[in-house]
Design a binder for this molecule. Structure first.
Ligand code: SAH
Ligand code: TRP
Length: 332
């Protein structure tokens, strides 16, 4: 587990920034979230191995339009983005299975600039599997897998190997609360040199029915994904949640322009979390907020980039105006 800057081409390096403090973070987050007046659980713990598999299934659902829409935009504009940025290194935050990544790597290879790829994700299985696959598919590529929290560990990125494109796809930026989003964009701005760019995928505001169906599919996969956090707490913190006793709820909040996902207690119940020596009482119909997914407009994206010291350099959307890819660079 080293991150040597001197690795030869075609090499894979891995670094795990999480080992020491992740169990403590989960315990702290859960204690704070479940003892608050409005109960809340932090979404990054949704993605254990089973959560990762369920998320892959979500991406294929007929109701879940973001993945295929973003992919279609990338298919159209990847060449243009690489020509505009001259990127030699792709750094992907929250890379998941790095499926759409290949469209950018292909464009970099065609342009003759491709040097290296860095995958950053909290989910170890995602980083290990995608890094190994990409190494096989792109002979000569340098691949670095960083198992890390992109809110805390961006200082552990390896030194750049040329003009960098930092990709944050899938609308994951929408999963931050507003203050965390500002913090994150500012820290990204601090990472960018004058030759570097940010490529940001954002889901856009649209009609309620389309939005809510994307987060409450008829096959119930998203409901299972949401409930998976309770399985994680049972396993990691010795909790005794009955996941079936919680209903999945996804509602578009028009004031905040975000989808809010909740787990609603079907009955009055008590849950013990042995590792925290904590018992939590739920009333019938009481909610735990698990995730938000903010929806944007071009004006909002531009304004938030500006507030973080960035400037919008290109805006690409699909014919329906459902999803957008923004290219940004440092202001000035
Ligand atoms: N980029 C992929 C996956 C999006 S899902 C796509 O577009 O399909 C969000 C990804 O971010 C998951 O792989 C999850 O493991 C990761 N993730 C969530 N919170 C994270 C955090 N705090 N730090 C690093 N990765 C995180
Ligand atoms: N970034 C994705 C999104 O906001 C994550 C996501 C998709 C998600 N479906 C979900 C998160 C269901 C929680 C529950 O669209």
């Amino acid at each position: 587990m080293t991150s040597e800057a001197t690795e030869p081409a075609g090499a894979l390096t891995l670094h795990n920034a999480l080992v020491d403090d992740e169990a403590r973070t989960l315990a702290d987050d859960v204690r704070e979230g479940l003892t608050a007046e409005f109960k809340e659980l932090p979404p990054k713990h949704l993605y254990d191995t089973r959560g990762a598999e369920l998320f892959e299934q979500i991406c294929e659902l007929p109701e879940y339009y973001p993945t295929r829409t973003e992919r279609a935009i990338l298919e159209r504009v990847a060449g243009e983005l690489i020509a505009q940025t001259g990127a030699a290194e792709l750094v992907e935050l929250g890379s998941g299975s790095a499926t759409k990544t290949r469209l950018l790597l292909d464009a970099m290879r065609s342009a003759g600039t491709l040097e290296s790829f860095v995958a950053v994700d909290v989910t170890e299985s995602f980083v290990r599997d995608s890094a190994a696959e990409l190494l096989r598919e792109y002979p000569g590529l340098r691949v670095h897998g960083l198992i890390a929290d992109f809110e805390r560990h961006l200082d552990q990125l390896p030194p750049p190997r040329g003009p960098r494109l930092l990709a944050f796809l899938g609308g994951t930026i929408g999963n931050f609360a507003p203050a965390a989003r500002r913090r994150f964009l500012r820290s990204v701005c601090g990472l960018l040199g004058p030759d570097d760019h940010l490529l940001l995928g954002t889901d856009l505001v649209k009609d309620r029915a389309t939005l809510e169906a994307a987060y409450d599919d008829s096959a119930g996969v998203t409901a299972e994904f949401n409930r998976n956090i309770l399985h994680v707490l049972n396993r990691e913190l010795g909790a005794d949640f009955d996941p079936a006793a919680f209903e999945h709820v996804a509602r578009f909040d028009t004031e905040h322009e975000w989808i809010e996902m909740r787990l609603r207690s079907r009955e009055a119940q008590q849950v013990k979390l042995a590792a925290l020596e904590l018992t939590v009482a739920f009333e019938a119909g009481e909610d735990i907020r698990t995730e938000i997914s903010a929806k944007f407009t071009r004006e909002r994206v531009a304004a938030e980039l500006t507030a973080a010291g960035l400037v919008l350099a290109a805006w690409h959307t699909d014919a329906n105006g459902w999803f957008a890819l923004s290219l940004a660079r440092r202001a000035g």
